[in-house]
Each structure stands twice: as structure tokens, then as C-alpha cells.
Design a protein around this ligand. Structure first.
Ligand code: NAP
Length: 245
């Protein structure tokens, strides 16, 4: 991946952060975004630079169409190419539907699903002109099996799966791969606040009897982005320790 350029959304924490570092370790220049902590972003920039690649951090809300377009334009202007897009940024606002407000629905759909449209739309003409590209969407087993209390999140993640398959059919002829990773329970800030009793129940339901690590997801992401996986497209690879069996 030397001299290639990747955009990773939601790079400052958890799975996105691990993917940024895994790409950097493999010689890839990385541009990542985030919406809150400049401090986390600056720390990651320093860590990525130690791998001898170029890195840019952008404070951009993924749900903002114009901001995503401008960010991608800046990447194109600076690096001249966009080889990989990882749509990773995501949030949860779990509630039973009876208690779920309009904002809980809109925020999750806009951050998790509209963002995938925003960034994919912004990169796609560049990738088509290059006749090369790879888009990877980080979705969830919640979008496959459904989870009570997550109608907003499950809908966004199921939407990402439909998006992945449809776009793969559109752009295969331009040598562009589009895949998804459906994560089970991964040790990040997103899952750390879950009640201990629920975590234990989910661990028991997971065949490997543990949560996964962001680094384990990042290794699979690297594979799907690499030329070793060039004949895989439109695929949803479950990385869940056997949760969804
Ligand atoms: P996380 O630790 O909460 O990190 C989320 C990242 O996304 C942060 O860097 C955050 O940065 C960024 N982000 C959130 N909203 C954003 C916005 N509006 N604009 C820009 N960046 C934004 O989450 P994670 O567990 O690593 O999850 C990463 C992805 O994996 C998500 O799509 C999630 O749905 C999916 N996933 C996770 C699990 C799991 O068990 N952890 C399971 C299945 C799927 P800021 O805070 O600065 O905005």
C-alpha cells in the first residue's frame, strides 16, 4: 500500500483508529476525520507519522454533505489520488421505539448511513476516472439480525449492507471493489458503557466467549482493501467471534 491514499471516517477512536494505524504500518498515507476531540486527533497524527507516511486529520461531521465533499476535494488536491475509502464513523442512540424521539432516529441515520452516501458520492468519480478504488463499509450484525432497542442503529447498518451490494454492482466494471465488515461486539468506547450484565450475556452468546479487539477488525479491513482481496466485491464479512451463527 506504499504511496496509496486512504480516507477513514471516524479515525480518532476504536475501530477507525486501529484501521488508520494498520494502513499506516503498511505504508499508506491516511486522511481521517472526527467531530469532537482535537487532542485525540493530534495524538494519532503523531503516532501515524512515526510510521513514515503522510497523515492529515480533519474535524468534519460525516453527516454534513458539503463538508464531506470539501474534505474529499482537499484530499484529491493534496494527494492527487484516492485509493481507499473506509466508511467507519458511527454512533448509537439505543432506545425502545416507543421511547425513541425523532432526533434519536435522525442523528443515527445521518451519522451512520447518510455519511456513507456523502463520502462515497464524493470519491466515486475520482475512483471511476482512476479505474481503481476500494470502498469498505463498517456495518454491524445488528443490521443483519436486528437488536431490540436499536431500530435506528439496525436500520442504518442494514442500509449500509444494501448500499454496499448495490454500489458493488454499479462500479465493478470500473475496477472498484465495495465490501462491508459486519462486526459483532468489539472492545471500544461504543460498547464500554453497556451494562455489565448485558456484556456478560453477549459474551456467552459469542462462540469464542469474548469481545473482539479493534486490531482484529483492522487486520480484516486491511485484507479486504488489499489486492489479495481484489476478486471479492459486494461481500459482507462477519467479524463477530461467532455471535451470529
Ligand atoms: P467509537 O469507539 O465510538 O468511535 C467512533 C468514531 O467515529 C470516533 O472516532 C468518533 O469521533 C467518530 N464519529 C462519530 N460521529 C461522528 C461524526 N458525526 N462525524 C465524524 N466522526 C464521527 O466506535 P467504534 O466502536 O469504533 O465503531 C466504529 C464503527 O464500527 C461504527 O460504525 C460502529 O457502528 C461499528 N460497529 C462497532 C461495533 C462495536 O462493538 N464496537 C459493533 C458493530 C459495528 P468523534 O467522537 O470525535 O466524533
Amino acid at each position: 500500500m506504499k504511496d496509496k491514499t486512504a480516507i477513514v471516517t471516524g479515525g480518532t477512536r476504536g475501530i477507525g483508529r486501529a484501521i488508520v494505524l494498520e494502513l499506516a504500518r503498511n505504508g499508506c498515507n491516511v486522511v481521517f476525520n472526527y467531530s469532537k476531540s482535537d487532542e485525540l486527533a493530534n495524538t494519532l497524527v503523531k503516532e501515524v507519522e512515526s510510521h513514515g507516511v503522510k497523515v492529515v486529520a480533519k474535524k468534519v461531521d460525516v453527516s454534513d454533505f458539503e463538508a464531506a465533499k470539501n474534505m474529499v476535494k482537499d484530499v484529491k488536491d493534496e494527494f492527487g489520488q484516492i485509493d481507499y475509502l473506509v466508511n467507519n464513523a458511527g454512533i448509537t442512540k439505543d432506545k425502545l421505539l416507543a421511547l425513541m424521539g425523532e432526533n434519536d432516529w435522525d442523528d443515527v441515520i445521518n451519522t451512520n448511513l447518510k455519511s456513507v452516501y456523502n463520502f462515497s458520492k464524493a470519491v466515486i468519480m475520482t475512483m471511476i476516472k482512476q479505474k481503481r478504488g476500494n470502498i469498505l463499509n463498517i456495518t454491524s450484525v445488528s443490521g443483519i439480525a436486528g437488536v431490540a432497542g436499536q431500530v435506528n442503529y439496525s436500520s442504518s447498518k442494514a442500509g449500509m449492507i444494501g448500499f454496499t451490494k448495490s454500489l458493488a454492482k454499479e462500479v465493478g466494471k470500473a475496477n472498484i471493489n465495495v465490501n462491508a465488515i459486519a462486526c459483532g461486539f468489539i472492545e471500544t468506547d461504543m460498547t464500554s458503557s453497556l451494562p455489565d450484565e448485558y456484556k456478560k450475556k453477549m459474551t456467552d452468546m459469542t462462540s469464542l466467549k469474548r469481545f473482539g479487539t479493534p486490531e482484529e477488525v483492522a487486520k480484516i479491513a486491511l485484507f479486504l482493501l488489499s489486492d489479495d482481496a481484489k476478486y471479492i466485491t459486494g461481500h459482507v464479512l462477519t467479524v463477530d467471534g461467532g455471535l451470529a451463527i
